[in-house]
Design a protein around this ligand. Structure first.
Ligand SMILES: [Zn+2]
Ligand SMILES: [Zn+2]
Length: 363
């Protein structure tokens, strides 16, 4: 990958005409400085890059001029300009997890072709505050190793690339959720300083750009330091993150939400509203129970469908705690997007495993 393509990949959304020219320029520079795979470091074949996707890109830009930037890197399958310049075909095939069927409630792998929305055997009895999970693959083998490498200071490029791969592979599922805003799981200030790279934020930024919705990085805060979840047993994990997140609301919004609540009660007193009359499923009951216990609304969250983004989900405790905070601040529904889904204690195993002992050795 040339220095210019890295720079271009990290740029925020720009006007269509300029993005288009930049894309073409990036492509030509890649011809001069051939891009290399971000995972294995081997050169990426040029024929999978510019030559193949340029006609397709030009046609799409003509049809949707306002979405040119997205199309520059997510031009659709099969050429996949977004990832074919950064991943070699071998790594792309390994990390795409095209055959991965996941449980819509917890994101874990299931055998059933059409998994039940009530959850799999593992999660059926769990009462998560989030409504569903979209995952790319299992937190083991190649994906486990890639995620560990993403957390290193040098893993930023890899994180950007995996975020694009996630959008290419799971974009349809994400669009079906009709998300209004994207919120990354925040790190505590000390964790942020230590890690230097915030992979959930990189992932969230790319997903928000892909979905064309707002990215909210300052809404949700980690209000206290927690021990690393991977060092704890499943039961301790729930305790560790309880009330660890909150949404800060200004004094102005406190008064606004008090007025809104007063108005709401005034209407309810006059008779039942449409909102209370319909049948509620199990999740809706839980959501309304959390929201009944809410603090003041945040205007940017009120009645919005929020996508929480993290790199790994294992017990679901962290995402549950964060989703509760979002629901209390007025969010209508919370969904979760994660790169990898850990099963049981898998993530502690993967974290303890040195990189060279994993099965994935493309180099
Ligand atoms: Zn590779
Ligand atoms: Zn499940």
């Amino acid at each position: 990958m040339s220095a210019f393509s890295i720079w271009h990949m990290q740029q925020p959304h720009r006007g269509s005409e300029r993005s288009f020219r930049l894309g073409i320029l990036t492509g030509w520079l890649d011809l001069v400085f051939p891009p290399v795979c971000v995972v294995c470091g081997k050169p990426v074949a040029i024929e999978t890059g510019l030559a193949e996707w340029r006609p397709l890109l030009e046609e799409r830009v003509r049809r949707h001029p306002d979405r040119a930037y997205d199309l520059l890197w997510l031009g659709g399958k099969p050429p996949q300009p977004g990832v074919s310049n950064f991943l070699c075909p071998h790594c792309l095939a390994i990390l795409s997890f095209s055959g991965w069927i996941s449980c819509p409630k917890c994101g874990g792998q299931v055998d059933d072709e059409s998994p039940s929305p009530d959850g799999c055997d593992w999660c059926r009895r769990e009462r998560f505050a989030f409504k569903g999970v979209v995952s790319l693959g299992p937190y083991a083998g190649p994906l486990g190793e890639v995620i560990l490498r993403m957390k290193h200071p040098s893993g930023e490029r890899l994180a950007h690339c995996m975020a694009r791969l996630f959008c290419c592979e799971r974009g349809e599922k994400l669009r079906e959720l009709a998300i209004d805003c994207v919120v990354p799981i925040p790190l505590f200030a000390r964790q942020r300083r230590r890690r230097r790279i915030n992979s959930p934020e990189i992932l969230a930024e790319t997903i928000a750009k892909y979905l064309g919705v707002s990215l909210e990085t300052t809404l949700l805060r980690r209000v206290r330091d927690t021990r690393p979840q991977r060092t704890l047993k499943p039961r301790e994990r729930w305790k560790n993150v309880r009330d660890a997140f909150s949404v800060e609301v200004s004094i102005h919004d406190v008064w606004r939400s008090k007025l809104a609540t007063f108005w709401h009660h005034a209407i309810i007193r006059q008779g039942p509203t449409a909102d209370t009359s319909h049948d509620q499923d199990e999740h809706a009951k839980l959501t309304s129970a959390v929201r009944a216990n809410r603090g003041p609304y945040h205007p940017r969250l009120r009645d919005r469908r929020v996508l929480l983004v993290d790199d790994v989900l294992t017990t679901g405790a962290t995402c549950h705690a964060a989703a509760e905070a979002l629901l209390r601040a007025g969010a209508r529904e919370v969904f979760v997007a994660v790169l990898a889904r850990g099963q049981g204690d898998d993530d502690s195993v993967a974290a303890a495993m040195p990189l060279h002992e994993t099965e994935f050795r493309p180099w």
